[in-house]
Design a protein around this ligand. Sequence first.
Ligand code: GRF
Length: 201
Amino acid sequence: MTNIAVLVSGRGSNLQAIIDSIENGYLMARIGIVISDVVDAYALTRAKKHGIEAVFLDPTGFASRELYEKEVLKFLKAQKIDLLLLAGYMRIVGKTLLSAYKNRILNIHPALLPAFPGLHAQKQAFDHGVKVAGCTVHFVDEALDGGPIILQKCVEVRGDGTADTLADRILEQEHKIYPEAVKLFVENRLCIEGRKVRIIS
Ligand code: GRF
């Protein structure tokens, strides 16, 4: 069974969606560990509530990204982790993790990439005046929010909405497509062909 680690920094609603999908039998996988770079991330509480090992690793205790990631890697190796999920993890993933987990790191981003990478993507999209927003699950590579796209979901922008209500409506879709993408991964149905991800039916 695929053994997953989830890296988080905040409230962990996407982590929760993955936990729920495992517990209700949609996803045949387990979460071996949740690691946070933020001491009071609510995601850690969520993990513990479900009996999942939850670890805070303080990045300020390490002189470089490389040293921090080497420490993260120790935990991943100890748990024999196969797949790494970023779920609201607010750090750039560096070479150490990228090479140890090549094509085995996924991220959820709250915009239709390649539009609006980076922070506050929902507000960027809203302020830009887009009519259609959405979210993306993609493989993580060295480009910020730039790896091959696995799944996307559109959300229509409503005239009477705000950036916050749009973000809420996007989040609902995130909670659907992230478990869906993870399911495709664990079932070995994702084939990366250059920039494209072919889904094997
Ligand atoms: C989500 O909007 C996700 O797309 C982005 O960060 C946010 C994390 O939310 N990468 P949560 O911690 O999963 O609730």
